[in-house]
Design a binder for this molecule. Structure first.
Ligand code: C5J
Length: 221
């Protein structure tokens, strides 16, 4: 039997498609579209929008190959009862729960909280609503992955140094092997993008592997 592998750094990662899932982190309007939370915080969303097209290619290939596909959204209940006070007061000028151009910022059910149309989930793809940065914190992600016997995670989305990195660290501690296609993740800060990826693959893949969309697609063929 030929073994599947993804070309990656610091070395190629063997995987079994049957135990591999794609996790699309927080590709929400609030983070990647003009007028959302990300922009309200003073960020240039063009830096994160570069991830949309490569993410779409990986998503389409994963769907074609029948991988488990999971989407996450960062956000809170309308009454904000699941948002710690320490998080509510962050942001400088714009705060979670306040009215923004796309509805209340990072509140479930609002337009800005939803996933961008280009990467919208289809029927059967679980959507995890997470109150924190990490996708495992106070969610049923681990349970869903275990029930599908998942061992390898392809992690895409935004932002590289915040919710992607936090989720990869959480996943690594739970025994998953994570591979991050670098063109499928985005940061508002180019230097954070660079170092967040370096941190993952350093010291012999201390948290995971770094690859790119083409290599993921080639590996899945
Ligand atoms: C942030 C995220 N950056 N999804 N959230 O606050 O990375």
């Amino acid at each position: 039997m030929t073994q599947h592998q993804f070309q990656a750094e610091p070395f190629a990662l063997p995987f079994d498609p049957a135990s591999t899932a794609l996790v699309m982190i927080d590709m929400q309007r609030d983070f990647v579209e003009p007028g959302g939370f990300g922009e309200a915080l003073g960020n240039d969303v063009s830096f994160v929008r570069t991830a949309i097209a490569p993410c779409k290619l990986v998503l389409e290939k994963a769907r074609e190959k029948g991988l488990l596909i999971i989407h996450t959204r960062e956000g809170h209940r309308p009454d904000l009862s699941d948002c710690p006070a320490a998080k509510l007061t962050r942001g400088g000028q714009t705060f979670i729960g306040e009215k923004g151009p796309m509805g209340r910022i990072l509140v479930r059910g609002e337009q800005g909280h939803d996933i961008i149309p280009e990467l919208y989930p289809i029927a059967g793809e679980p959507v995890i609503d997470k109150p924190g940065k990490g996708a495992f914190y106070q969610t049923d992600l681990h349970l869903i992955l275990q029930n599908h016997n998942i061992k390898t995670l392809i992690v895409c989305g935004v932002t590289t140094e915040v919710c992607v990195n936090t989720t990869v660290r959480e996943a690594n501690d739970r025994g998953y092997e994570c591979i991050i296609p670098q063109d499928c993740v985005g940061s508002y800060f180019p230097e954070f993008q660079k170092y967040a990826l370096e941190m993952i693959k350093a010291q012999g893949a201390i948290f995971g592997w770094v690859s790119n969309a083409d290599a993921i697609i080639a590996g899945l063929k």
